[in-house]
Design a protein around this ligand. Sequence first.
Ligand code: GLN
Length: 280
Amino acid sequence: MITRSDILMQGKRRLQELAISDTPYLDALVLMSHSLNMRKEKLLASLEQPIWEVDAIAYGKLITLRERGLPVAYIMKRKEFYGLEFYVDKRVLIPRPDTEVLVEAAIEACRSRETCKVLDLCTGSGCVGISIKHTLPDTTVTLSDISEDALAVASLNARNLLNCDLETVKSDLLDAIEGTFDIIVTNPPYLTNEECRDKTLKARSEPDLALRSGEDGFDHIRRIINTAYKTLEKKGILLIEGGYDQLEKTRELMIGKGYTNITILKDLAGHNRVVRGQRN
Ligand code: GLN
């Protein structure tokens, strides 16, 4: 008799051999619970049960996708972020837990105002703007991205998770954005060309457009700092996510442009992750 456990261990070994994942057991387990349409906990409690051949084959196909480098989130077409379950596919960057600090900071900035108009720039899956709107339903949130594909995913997530449509704008950073905002929040591309050439990063199969930002990784951050100033209301707040080693320079760029009250915030792993600045 072949059990779920036998097939699970086979899956784990396949992922281990190719060293494709840092968490082969977890990946194998999550994919099995996905393919059997069963919660992880329930699967764990029933590992010694036999598995149907047809289920073992379907599971093997998911392991093959993972072996080829496809992230678990793309295989399952979903990723949890800020307590919500977002639909994701290859059109968008997979939301990272690191980005939750950006959401926290935006929510805090909104709470200190009576009404709040927020722009989520480079929204991708929509995870940042949608999480803000979900927590503070009275805020007005606009989602923008240069990629129409990404905006389609963000709109789908807004409808599924908020039961309403959020305004979406296709725009190359702030170029096509009209009006002013109290808060501009952004997780722009911020990797260097060199980092994007890295094979392990390529294997993640996420859109280059969402990650690459020129020779020094600052192409987008620089443009955002320069153009957001006039798109912010007086005393408006700009919140930018960046790499932990980019934030001191981001702070200087903001000072150069006239932003004040600049602070650097850390993510849950204790790394510098977000810069917050204010328009005069
Ligand atoms: N933090 C992401 C990574 O390490 C980069 C995200 C981005 O460029 N916005 O892949």
